[in-house]
Design a protein around this ligand. Structure first.
Ligand code: KG4
Ligand code: ZN
Length: 334
């Protein structure tokens, strides 16, 4: 039996989680509200907020798990990719804690964390995906189709050549002045809108790769042209715009995923990353899965956006494999 502390500080969430083997004991996230006023994450403010939050968040996670630091068996932290100053806070803290407690240090790739989040067990008999499976990883920084052969063997078979899916949501929201991050706002407003009200350009790109920059331009031009006719166009059509944009993003994502699943003949499909919180995305995976005979895994909401539980589970796999790192490890931005 092992208690693993996970620490995640790659962007604007300071998170600490504790797993008892693969079972969740605590998962706490301090969201940084400071960035809202700027319409995006300000790296320097993010690092400062991590500095302020990291001790209380880890302390609270230990309390919630009913443990003390001395009970921990290993510390897993996000090494990258992410904002360097933010990663440095988590990395330095993890290093000093492992040194003080004399327990192993485990470095985790943030993206592997999202992919392995399906192995966190909420209950004794939570089902987990089999290997190999395909993961659609959709976050604010990444959009990839990953062939997951084992916790240690993953192959990116498709990726975005420009914007990530989360960026497509966030940039569309910015055009409509809906605030940051835009994904959750679009999701909410789309519920009251017609997904077929507006038609936007879809990429024509070969293989399993994605592109979202054309969609952004298409949205921008439509809104610009309509605003010339009616200055209240956005306000009057907000819900329909959101529903149509969301519909198009999900359609683009699903098209390549279906193609990859068919070509590789893989029927276990997972989704991870912030955009997997999107209600239309979640329904699309489940409904397409029912039609095509897939076994699908959609993460619980708390494991979709950035969290330390996913870092702890990835760390647990490495712990079992004695895959530890030294104190000379440094974070990487990309
Ligand atoms: O995984 P994540 O928390 O951070 C990164 O690793 O990037 O993903 C954040 C992204 C943001 O772009 C945010 O707008 C998007 O996930 N997001 C959503 C929803 N919730 C978060 N996008 C669409 N619908 C949502 N409900
Ligand atoms: Zn993430």
């Amino acid at each position: 039996m092992a208690y693993i502390l996970g620490i995640e500080s790659s962007c604007d969430d300071t998170s600490a989680a504790i797993l008892e083997n693969e079972h969740i004991r605590a998962n706490l996230i301090a969201n940084q509200k400071v960035h809202e006023a700027y319409g995006g994450v300000v790296p320097e403010l993010a690092s400062r907020a991590h500095q302020q939050c990291i001790v209380p968040v880890i302390d609270s996670a230990l309390k919630q798990a009913g443990l003390t630091a001395q009970d921990l068996d290993a510390i897993a932290f996000t090494r990258g990719p992410g904002l360097l100053g933010s990663l440095l806070v988590g990395t330095s803290f993890a290093k000093s804690m492992s040194l003080a407690l004399n327990i192993p240090l485990i470095e985790v790739n943030h993206l592997e964390g999202h992919i392995l989040s399906h192995f966190i067990k909420e209950t004794e008999d939570s089902p987990v995906p089999e290997f190999p499976h395909l993961c659609l990883l959709v976050s604010g920084g990444h959009t990839q189709i990953v062939l997951v052969k084992s916790p240690f063997d993953m192959q990116i078979i498709g990726r975005t050549i420009d914007d990530a899916a989360g960026e497509a949501f966030d940039k569309s929201a910015k055009i409509m002045d809906l605030g940051y991050p835009g994904g959750p706002v679009i999701d909410r407003l789309a519920k009251e809108g017609n997904p077929n009200a507006f038609v936007f350009a879809e990429p024509r790109i070969s293989g399993y790769d994605y592109s979202f920059s054309g969609l952004k331009t298409s949205i921008l031009y439509l809104i610009r042209d309509q605003l010339k006719v009616d200055p209240d166009f956005i306000e009057k059509n907000k819900n329909d715009l959101c529903a149509s944009i969301q519909y198009t993003i999900v359609k683009i994502l699903m098209k390549k995923l279906c193609l990859a699943a068919k070509d590789l003949n893989i029927k276990t499909i997972t989704i991870g990353g912030g955009v997997s919180a999107n209600s239309a995305m979640r329904s699309a995976i489940v409904e397409t899965g029912q039609q095509l005979g897939w076994t699908t895994f959609v993460p619980p909401f708390q494991y979709t956006t950035d969290n330390a539980a996913m870092i702890a589970i990835a760390g647990y796999f490495k712990y079992l494999n004695h895959n530890f790192c030294g104190l000379d490890v440094v974070p990487f931005a990309r």
